[in-house]
Ligand binder design. Structure first.
Ligand code: OSB
Ligand code: MG
Length: 375
């Protein structure tokens, strides 16, 4: 396979409602889409950065820079046997997982189409249907949150995750648990606490949570190991795990009992599969996290979630929860049982609405094999 052309686009999409996490409020998304034309076939990937370096170190703008100045020049015209070769070609570039992942995943989509198989099959996925949960942003009051949970449980979602931060944690979890004694419930702090808060975090144990996600610093596995030994609730690591080596370190230190895999955070499907495999070998369940993706990112999340160790409901939910109109056809739909049927068409199995993407695009750059930049 040869990557003939790479097209990088920035699109702007407004979420139906603002989404609040411990690190801020988001409504206007700036999303990078990558189109890789491989042996004449277009594959699509999404760069899952947020707009500021508050979730991890990358941003939409750093990803634009890294793809333009370092990734595209290395890949354009390159001969590949498999999409997973992209990871090796990009290994000299340190970090930048979301920038790399968006590009690598576009090549995976193209390769699956060239081979005439669903991306799920190319990845080695086994599930035909994936189980879904939702992530709920921080609300003003516990009452407002309970109302939202009622709506999502009514739609069939199998796990509810509450975003928390200091001052917006115990009362909110208590109210939801009281209203819904039996649902699968978890919380996500996005690194808002410190190890000194262990006594406070222990109070979450009373709510019978499935997990507490990333309570401590974004890059500190060791402190999570210390916390896990003091609390009953399972810790799930998100921000801390950028590759299979981190996953192994976290498992061996006892820093978590669950790992959330995000395609962007770990650098694309090749690395995601390695993290999945390490967790499976150590009997640690995984689930697919979300980054408020457009349909392209959602489609990749669905394909990844078919790997056999994705045994817990993920944060992959319906397009309609976030977007008035998504950029793929059909949109991602969730059944009343809280599941998504995995598409059977070759590649990601959804088609990109090019006219809509063109309308949403604010900037674009293109690289073609054999054309030297600047000439
Ligand atoms: O930590 O899971 C997270 C959104 C932005 C940044 C970080 C996170 C999230 C979510 C959203 O929880 C999940 C979704 O896309 O539905
Ligand atoms: Mg998280």
């Amino acid at each position: 396979m040869i990557i003939d052309t790479l097209v990088l686009r920035e699109i702007r999409m407004r979420l139906k409602a603002p989404f609040e996490t411990s690190f801020g409020v988001t409504q206007d998304r700036r999303i990078l889409l990558v189109e890789a034309i491989v042996d004449g076939v277009s594959g699509w990937g999404e760069v899952t950065t947020v707009e500021s370096p508050s979730y991890n170190a990358e941003t939409t703008d750093t990803a634009w820079h890294i793809i333009s100045d370092f990734i595209a020049p290395r890949l354009i015209g390159a001969h590949l046997h498999h999409a997973s070769d992209v990871a090796a070609l990009l290994a000299p570039i340190r970090g930048q997982q979301m920038a790399k992942g968006g590009v690598e995943n576009a090549v995976w989509d193209a390769e699956a189409q060239l081979r005439g198989v669903p991306l799920k099959t190319l990845l080695g996925g086994t599930l035909d249907e994936i189980v879904c949960g939702v992530s709920l942003g921080i609300r003003e009051t516990p009452e407002a949150l309970v109302k939202k949970v009622e709506e999502e449980v009514g739609s069939g979602y199998q796990r509810i995750k509450l975003k928390i931060k200091p001052g917006k944690d115990l009362d909110f979890a208590a109210a939801v648990r009281k209203a819904f004694p039996a649902i699968r419930l978890s919380v996500d702090a996005n690194s808002a606490y410190r190890l000194d808060d262990a006594e406070h975090l222990k109070k979450l144990d009373q709510f019978n949570l499935l997990m507490i996600e990333q309570p401590l610093e974004w890059d500190d596995i060791h402190s999570h190991a210390k916390l896990q030994s003091q609390i009953r609730t399972a810790i799930c690591l998100d921000e801390c795990i950028n590759n299979a080596g981190h996953a192994l370190a976290a498992i061996e230190m006892g820093a978590c009992r669950i790992i959330n895999i995000k395609l962007g955070r770990v650098g694309g499907h090749t690395s995601a599969r390695e993290v999945h495999d390490i967790c499976q070998q150590h009997s640690l369940p995984v689930w697919c996290g979300g980054m408020l993706e457009s349909g392209v990112g959602r489609a990749h999340n669905i394909a990844m979630s078919t790997l056999p160790n994705f045994t817990l409901p993920g944060d992959v939910s319906a397009s309609q929860r976030y977007w008035a109109e998504d950029i793929i056809e059909p949109e991602v739909e969730v059944s009343s049982a809280g599941t998504i049927k995995v598409p059977q068409d070759p590649g990601i199995g959804y088609s990109v609405k090019r006219k809509l993407v063109d309308r949403l695009t604010v900037r674009t750059t293109e690289w073609k094999a054999g054309v030297v930049a600047g000439t």
